[in-house]
Design a protein around this ligand. Structure first.
Ligand code: FES
Ligand SMILES: [Fe+2]
Length: 375
């Protein structure tokens, strides 16, 4: 185990001993309208989702040339593909002829991408390589799919939805890269069944992933049974947050334990702004949750995917499916049920503000980042 992980456990032990989590200097009030205001929401889409780097895939999602993953975010259908040269690229999943999707699948491996409208085809590096009846068409004027700035770093693939943007993933990570590298994201195996759960405003869902305070209450009988609540560590890296969670065995940890199983003693969530939460990764599994703002201010989609240290085949499929179902229930029946309640109550909230305590530092950081980027 690395010194960096030891020091997080030291801090968790100190927090358990003192009875206090890491804290912000003062509580924070956020106007309820921040969640419900359509103009603000539009600015979040335009200034954050369309302009800032997004984590679009893990290296292990597309390990081989031709492997791809496709989804839609902020009304942009995209496809992330590994080329024959080993480079991961992101393209708009939009045919240069008349705009149909070049793949309708969410993931897979492709020799080429063929649009099924008129069969234009594109190679794994996005180059247009086939136009049926080209001699009848006239001047085409384009050579391939629209490529988006993409960079692969520490086992994660980042892209910006603006084709003309600059991308410096290391700078964007703001110092979180070492902590992400320790998760060995490139040495995981995905379980390909993705859970999709409808959620309200994306920030209400994001608040849940950044909140170490609710685990022993809302999730008391599910994922909270092994946790010691509200003794979290919070580390801020650029706009991102790493949250440490104490467990009932945190105080038993000693550096001299040979090959300790870290999840027994603590768990970590890496929240990669604006919309990705990675839970775990130091043990055998990692859960990736992503938030996709929906078509209106009060809608979003939460997706969850499980990753393992061994390929998900044979008996591992059952293990993966059981884990998937547990987390689906927790997020749908506990988190989302609760935040749908908040969403519908926003106009009625007290003095028009929601409150984040000194102990909810991760949420402070999220709302500060959003306010700054949408000013
Ligand atoms: S729209 Fe793709 S081939 Fe016509
Ligand atoms: Fe939760």
């Amino acid at each position: 185990m690395s010194e960096a992980l030891f020091s997080i456990i030291d801090r968790l032990q100190a927090n358990v001993t003192s009875g206090l989590p890491d804290q912000a200097p003062a509580p924070m009030k956020v106007p309820a309208a921040t969640y419900a205001d359509e103009v603000q929401w539009r600015r979040e889409i335009d200034e954050i989702f369309l302009k800032r780097p997004l984590l679009v895939a893990l290296t292990c999602d597309i390990p081989e040339p031709g492997d791809f993953q496709a989804f839609e975010i902020a009304n942009r259908p995209i496809v992330v593909v590994r080329g024959d040269d080993g480079t991961a690229r992101t393209f708009l999943n939009v045919c240069r002829h008349r705009g149909a999707r070049v793949t309708e699948l969410e993931c897979g491996s492709a020799k080429r991408f063929m649009c099924n409208y008129h069969y234009w085809s594109y190679d794994r590096q996005g180059r247009l390589d086939g136009v049926p009846g080209a001699e009848t068409f006239g001047e085409i004027g384009v050579s391939g799919l629209v490529e988006l700035p993409t960079e692969e770093i520490v086992g994660a693939i980042f892209a910006v939805l603006d084709p003309n943007a600059d991308l410096d993933a290391r700078r964007w990570l703001g110092g979180m890269e070492d902590s992400l590298a320790a998760l060995r994201l490139d040495a995981l195996y995905p379980y390909r069944t993705i859970t999709k759960i409808e959620s309200p405003n994306w920030k209400l869902a994001a608040d849940g992933y950044l909140d170490g305070y609710h685990i022993g209450y809302l999730h008391k009988n599910s994922i909270g049974t092994k946790a010691v609540t509200n003794r979290n560590t919070y580390d801020l890296f650029g706009p991102h947050v790493r949250i440490g969670f104490a467990t009932k065995r945190t105080m038993e940890f000693e550096r001299s334990i040979p090959s300790p199983n870290l999840p027994d003693y603590m768990s970590l969530v890496h929240y990669v702004f604006p919309n990705v939460s990675m839970s775990g990764g130091h043990g055998d599994t990692l859960q990736l949750s992503r938030l996709f703002p929906g078509p209106t201010v009060n809608a979003s989609l939460t997706t969850q995917q499980q990753y393992f240290r061994e390929p998900v085949v044979g008996d591992m499929v059952r293990v993966a499916e059981e884990k998937r179902v547990v987390y689906e229930q927790v997020v749908r029946d506990e988190d989302c049920a609760t935040i749908f309640g908040i969403d519908s109550a926003l106009p009625a909230i007290g003095d028009g503000h929601v409150l984040f305590g000194r102990n909810e530092m991760g949420n402070h950081h999220l709302h500060r980042q959003i306010a700054e980027l949408t000013r």
